[in-house]
Design a protein around this ligand. Sequence first.
Ligand code: ATP
Ligand code: MG
Length: 574
Amino acid sequence: MGENETAAAEAGRDFVRDIVQADLAAQRVQTVVTRFPPEPNGYLHIGHAKSICLNFGIAQEFGGRCHLRFDDTNPVKEEQEFIDSIQEDVHWLGFDWGTHLYHASDYFEQLYAWAEHLIRAGLAYVDDTPPEAMRAARGTLTEPGQNSPFRYRSVEENLDLFRRMRAGEFPNGARVLRAKIDMASGNMNLRDPVLYRILHATHPRTGTAWCIYPTYDFAHGQSDAIEGVTHSICTLEFEDHRPLYDWLIEHLPVPAQPHQYEFARLNISYTVLSKRNLTRLVREGVVSGWDDPRMPTLAGLRRRGVPPGALREFVRRVGVARANSVVDVALFEATIRDTLNPVADRRMAVLRPLRLIIENYPEGQTETLPAANHPDAPERGQRAVTFGREVFVEQDDFMEDPPRKFFRLSPGREVRLRYAYLVTCREVVKDAAGQVVALRCTYDPESRGGNAPDGRKVQGTLHWVSATDSVQAEVRLYSHLFGRPDPGADGDVMADLNPNSLEVLTEARVERALADPTQRATVQFERQGYFCHDRDSTAERPVFNRTIGLRDTWAKVSDKRQAAGTAAAPARTS
Ligand code: ATP
Ligand code: MG
């Protein structure tokens, strides 16, 4: 992204919006009409979110409308499951097509009629050349292609053959319909592109009514024209298709003159955004499904606890550029934190529990203490947490022999249990193997709420849960699915999988207020990160997904030591 584009993105503007605005100002366009045209052959991912926000966003901002159009021209790969999930995901992201839900298959009859129109005009022909030979005759970027021997068929013969293709007389691949343009064109897309192919397959919507299907190039622009789309916005790989888009619009009696504009697709480091590869991850069982929380799909991100507003904000921050680039996944993660920080309730959960026995706290006694739901938003209220003689703290919050700047628990050191009391570690309890299994402590009864009565300085503040009034939970910690920033750069993406992308903790303990699995909102586990109930959660056994971690101050220090010189991680936000 160039500097000008960054500045424009800040202002919520970009070159596509500039074009739309200019077209409206010059009255070349009365009402802006855009469309989002997914092929229902997979789930939507965060790259699609960019296209959705752009298309629906422009329609909203300029008082136009945006259509949801399924580009369902390849029945071999398309399924109802995908059609349903795409609609759910667009809605979840916060956009609505109203009554404007369309399918390329709605136009099959019209598209067929226009194909015959091209044949009659001498601009399309049926080609019997086998696929291999046809590919060979296409030429290369430096050599022109060769005319097919079938290029000179009469209009009558072409019409007859095309009708028989439609009637189902020929097997898959036996013949295609091609536009007659220019086999010597410098643009490969103009070398007599295929318009129709034979595919004996059941279509999710048209069933077995058709056995010939239009190609993307033939269906897309004409569908735009039928719907009155004014700005057909797509990704840069279609730039070379634009001359074909325009050629078809020019040579067909279409009801409108849409224009295609291209923008840079979203790429994110450590992330794969091609449906082909995402499909492989699902099919090969690398992930649990399209909504595995490690997937960059909208369904996966939703299950992981990422709010739709974080995706919209991320897309806004990335902006819309004309040149392809790779966005640092850290920007996405920072956006998730920034979005959740002001709204997520705070809770306490201990992921790897270590028992603390408070020797001078009366046996059998408990008390409840108020804990703020949000430190910066008193209006969000409080909940009660139970304190007693035994509590759990994080194993990581104890070191028997700590380095100098470690302000958490160690023998003889006093720390604050958040919202509760000051406690001092007196004795380390170990098992036969020498593992620390508990800490014997004392507390200062005068420090209720966590304040030292004499104002003495206590540096460390730990989160904790009651040993008796907490709930055991499973916590799933996710990290990047791929172990390198550019998965697949050396060949197969599967070789670049991160073997540690999922860590499951089964012994975690969460405060009582977190037990209700019907609570859908993402919360912050204090000092740990943002978490939400997974759909596997039950009242007996809550299951949490880590949406995104916070950065522990200590982790930051050791990160800096280890990774001096690499890009700085986003700062912890709270
Ligand atoms: P793939 O090539 O991985 O199969 P696709 O682009 O063919 O994906 P479609 O369902 O055809 O998937 O995409 C629908 C719309 O979303 C298209 O307009 C496409 O340009 C856009 N889109 C897809 N991926 C991205 C991306 N990474 N960034 C921005 N827009 C995207
Ligand atoms: Mg596509």
